[in-house]
Ligand binder design. Sequence first.
Ligand code: PLP
Length: 397
Amino acid sequence: MTLPKVAGGQATRDQFLPFSAPWLEEEEIEAVTSVLRSDWLTTGHRTLEFEEQFSRYIEIPYSLAFNSCTGGLHTALAALEIGPDDEVITSVFTFAATANVICHQGAKPVLVDIDPQTLNLDANLIESKITKHTKAIIPVHYGGRPCQMDRILQIANAYRLHIVEDAAHALGAEWQGVKIGRLASDCTCFSFYPTKNITTGEGGMNTTSSMELAQSMKVWRLHGINRDAWNRYLEGGSWYYEVVKPGFKYNLTDIASAIGLVQLSKTEFFQKRRETRVQQYWKALGSLPIDLPPPFAEGRHAWHLFPVQLKLEDLRVGRDEFMEALRLENIGTSVHFIPLYRMPYYRDRFGLQPDDFPVAEHVFQKLLSLPLFARMTEEDLDSVVRAVKKLVEWFGR
Ligand SMILES: *Cc1c(COP(=O)(O)O)cnc(C)c1O
């Protein structure tokens, strides 16, 4: 069913509200300008400072900046020597990058169904997927909600598996009082893509407490050069270097790091704004035929997303029509995520079917993410609430 026009003839908003938008101000623009006016554009002092400040924020010895979280995840797997014949367990309900990097290493992604409440991978299903080939688990903190990390760490310990956390959504989150990024995993990977909680345009950061892993990731990150090589064109830098691995090209520029330094200093402010909006959503949408994301009692939720599930039995339309109707009200939404077994590559290459992931498939049919971002105002939120209420009534049974 396609909707020819706005329900009731009048859109809730005049201007389109995107599902997410970055928040950059004069401070970030000036920081970039000052890098552009200098002689150094690529990885240099700004990036080192960004890494240092990030380590201070997470309270971890080592932070390494990447040009994306995808590059960070890939580098972590390479440095942990994940390769052909290895299997890596992760959630079926994630962005493709999480599984793609496993394939980049020639390893096999082993996908796990999700918990219907948290939409995180179901920790109870992990052990049944472990074989003698299993080398690592990649827990994804879906929407900024930390996974059951005590269970996952316990399993990893018992079976001697590596853990690389996909914390693309989870900057600012805490599991039982400990910041995501400094749990006892091998490595945690954050994203600074424009929709994420802070942005550098494109970018990412890996954190680890292992000096050895940090050293190895540094080598893999930049051409496989075995020592700091970024400064070889500076006065006092040495022209000589050695390549010891077929490394990647995943370094972050100083232009991006200049944005990152300013954004990082606003992390707590952004977090508070997101929390306030979530409280307002809960209060305003609580009585509608829509399931809202449950509160998180075991720490701090980063509230990257506000994913809701329509009660389809109470509506005359499906999720797709509901999203299209919201678009006509000038409200942007998205779906996180199209489960990986629906992606042709994963479906065909690994013979995956919806029946293998009953929870993910059931949730996917009714799931959408409402707008949530730090810059969003209370008036923006009110308009989303009005539009949702209007459509629930319009399409109600
Ligand atoms: C955004 C995202 C990534 C990739 O981050 P990039 O910085 O865009 O590479 C990885 N995993 C998840 C769950 C994401 O949402």
